[in-house]
Design a protein around this ligand. Sequence first.
Ligand code: PEP
Length: 248
Amino acid sequence: MRKLIAGNWKMNGLRADGTALARALAARHLDAGPDCELLICPPATLLAEIAPLLAGTGIALGGQDCHPDAVGAHTGDISAAMLKDAGCAYVILGHSERRREHHETDALVRRKVGAARATELIPIVCVGETAAERDAGRTLAVIGAQLSGSLPALAGADPLVIAYEPVWAIGTGRTPKQHEIADVHAFIRSELAKGTPRAATVRILYGGSVNAKNAQDILPIANVDGALVGGASLDAQAFWTIALAAGD
Ligand code: PEP
């Protein structure tokens, strides 16, 4: 399966630097696209402005969250249809920063996945253990519970992406050992296989301190179908180097 390299810009980027970064990536892609799929998820304020900059480049656009309802009185929120209307093909859901800062539960994430699917956005559902959970030997139990709680029935043919993001690896410069990533990704694949015969087609991304230096060690690991990149996605050269490592 072709790997997917996704950039999560989080709450970074004003119009000038956000569009400059998108233009830099678009120019590189048109020049010589890497052998992987590329996705950027800028802040919501930049989506409509960046969409035309990516048109025809092959780089996809995604949102960082959506509301579970289709429309209504939800001040400050964004619906899946609004993301689609702004040019998005993907949406990140259940990121650990949203689970922590906005008290998002598995049940809420599951409803958001339903909203994304209803709008034909591809959900990227994030799961991952905290340091305390890993130290207690509970990593697989935590991830199993997050998967079963956050995913609606998988019988349909709707595309789905899972991102394994250990909470303790996000923004810290620390990453799990290669065999630890392999173990979790194999576990996620086997859990998905319990719910759908097409588990092999679900991309499972690794996320957490992926950078231009470690990408070549992480991306070849079995069942790693790409990366969700935070900090390093804000630098065109670093993001590009990661994308090139995905094609090796
Ligand atoms: C993320 O938050 O999705 C992430 C992977 O961040 P970073 O790459 O900065 O660790």
